[in-house]
Write a protein that binds this ligand. Sequence first.
Ligand SMILES: Cc1cc2nc3c(=O)[nH]c(=O)nc-3n(C[C@H](O)[C@H](O)[C@H](O)COP(=O)(O)OP(=O)(O)OC[C@H]3O[C@@H](n4cnc5c(N)ncnc54)[C@H](O)[C@@H]3O)c2cc1C
Ligand code: SF4
Length: 509
Amino acid sequence: MKTRSLILILGDQLSPAISSLKAADRQCDRLLMVEVAEEATYVRHHRKKIAFLFSAMRHHAAALRDAGWQVDYLQFDAAENTGSFTGEVARAVRRLRPQRVVVTEPGEWRVRAAMDRWPAELGLPVEILDDVRFLCSRAAFADWAAGRKQLRMEFFYREMRRKTGLLMDGEQPEGGKWNFDAQNRKPAKADLFIPQPHRVEPDAITKEVLTLVGARFGDHFGDLTPFWFAVTASEAEAALDHFIERALPSFGDYQDAMLADQRFLYHSVLSLYINAGLLDPLAVCRRVEAAYRAGQAPLNAAEGFIRQIIGWREYVRGLYWLKMPGYVEENFFAADRPLPDFYWTADTQMACLKAAITQTREEAYAHHIQRLMVTGNFAMLAGINPKQVHEWYLAVYADAYEWVELPNTLGMSQFADGGLLGSKPYAASGNYINRMSDYCGRCPYDVKQKTGERACPFNPLYWDFLVRNEDRLRGNPRLAQVYRTWDRMSEEKQRDYRESAAGILAKLK
Ligand SMILES: Cc1cc2nc3c(=O)[nH]c(=O)nc-3n(C[C@H](O)[C@H](O)[C@H](O)COP(=O)(O)OP(=O)(O)OC[C@H]3O[C@@H](n4cnc5c(N)ncnc54)[C@H](O)[C@@H]3O)c2cc1C
Ligand code: SF4
């Protein structure tokens, strides 16, 4: 039978409910899935991330075939592989002569720009559909943003609560408050019982992919094994069940905590599954709400979790599309220092950075506070070029796609957009890390020392950052108190801070 539509399914569109399949027909439409070098190498992604996506794609293709779809699947090593979406769609168009190409919109501006050229390049209609897995379409977000001076997440989040009805009590938020974050800042103690994330044994398909990735991506960052990620929707569902039962009840309380020997604490480790399409974000939130309503989790945990998904996740995606393509070039502090080598090697004395980077290398995972207040905070204080910081985050985490990673890195963690996402930079001295973690007790640096050889580097770098960027930050009302503290310091103390910081920065390679 002649092919009507050629439907391209991207590697992060592994959902049976994806919009491109909604009006499709199993008899006359053909699905195309491709493992292409351009996507796997445009940054040098963590090897676990590549293995996760290739394996999940292969499993998804098998599930689609079982459901009666005709799927053309191209493996990375196939001799005829041209290495790009454009090349592979063009080849399939020549082979199948479809009437049109259909695709759900991609998550990255770069891919969307290529797709927008396809009608001219391929000489046939290309239909690009909204990605309805998101609650807020790009157009709806642009409407929300239009005419607002400030795009604060909190107000956007309230609209998403009303729209979904999640944790609503009629017109009012459940429990009388929209946000229970103030309860979610407890430091954790090492003797707490902390569950581990759900782990899955690699099956034959995953083992084959691990061999491929080991052979072909040897120069990429990150340990390939042990590999324990879920790679199918049902395995990801099991990971969700596991999280709700064991970790959700304490998720809120310890959301900002860090422990050297507990890499996951009470976090869900679900972002990679949600972002790739193995779990539906709204369905995940409904499960969490149901656990709260059944008395299995407190409100601060359920609200905190749901806010991350229908609030932050949707909000950063809206901002990404609103601000691209210029967003990636923003550099509010004109920071130009290259990313230090230790971000790749973990070869640093600083215990907090060493732990976060080692864990990133081994797991392709670090939780939010490690990303924001350890690796991100250090990069901003040290004046690292934000585009290099962005490329690092995009490469090293299994959940990283530009639409979600870029606003989190460039906006939230580096303040490189000058305050679009946050009202002040997430800059902190060693004191914050000491309060929220047990890293400092294991560190050769002394978190209590402010300056000098043994002082925690975050301490002098914190003040140096504020003084270096005084012209950009002093007018910020949320920093007024901090600058008053600086102004009250003796000149000698100020000089000590700046000299200590200069010594640390001079040694960064
Ligand atoms: C510098 C930096 C870079 C980041 N890069 C990414 C990235 O590439 N991909 C990514 O998915 N998240 C990113 N985040 C957000 C967040 O750190 C991760 O979503 C989270 O750590 C994933 O782990 P988890 O599933 O255990 O999350 P949990 O703590 O269990 O949170 C639950 C879910 O909420 C969502 N979520 C939480 N925080 C955010 C957020 N700030 N933005 C969007 N979604 C959020 C995720 O889907 C997550 O699975 C980044 C944060 C920072 C500070
Ligand atoms: S002393 Fe400073 S460098 Fe060392 S772990 Fe604590 S915050 Fe990190």
